[in-house]
Ligand binder design. Structure first.
Ligand code: ZN
Length: 159
């Protein structure tokens, strides 16, 4: 992997991510993975610069309850990792975590969650990008506001 980008290049993130372990789209924490110990470079795979967690998995993670994290992953209908891989996932996240978990509200474009609650899909969720460069973030926010305003004025919003 190339050196970790600057922190400001990793934030804000898209709301359209999901919990690494249980797969919930209702993620509430983001972890920045700025560390790259040598043993991880030799794995042949790793995560990107972020992983996301829901409240329940964040609690397991912060409480050191790795077994519950692994179980949360394996309880999904179609887990991506098997048990030994999921155990490794936890180890990799712990080794790469470079700062305390960031709450969702501090990691996303301000205002986007309110619009999501109103039924809008932020444009960045359609791109699959994990993070937004500042210009994209500004653009995404402008787009959701524009769409919200337009559809409100035309009465398209299904209340
Ligand atoms: Zn979870």
């Amino acid at each position: 992997m190339s050196p970790a980008p600057a922190r400001e290049d990793l934030l804000p993130v898209s709301t359209g991510n999901h919990c690494l372990f249980c797969g919930s789209r209702d993620w509430t924490w983001v972890y920045l993975l700025g560390n790259e110990p040598d043993w991880i470079k030799q794995l042949g795979w790793t995560f990107g610069w972020h992983v996301f967690m829901c409240d329940a998995c964040h609690d397991y993670y912060e409480g050191g309850d790795d077994a519950s994290l692994v179980r949360a992953h394996l309880n999904q209908p179609e887990p991506e990792a098997d048990e030994s891989e999921a155990v490794q996932w936890v180890r990799v996240v712990r080794a790469r975590q470079s700062e305390p978990a960031i709450p969702r509200a501090e990691a996303i474009v301000p205002g986007v969650d309110d619009l999501v609650r109103e039924g809008f899909t932020p444009i960045e969720n359609l791109t699959g990008a994990h993070e937004l460069v500042p210009l994209q973030a500004t653009f995404a926010l402008l787009m959701v506001w524009a769409l919200a305003t337009i559809s409100r004025s035309f009465g398209w919003l299904a209340a």
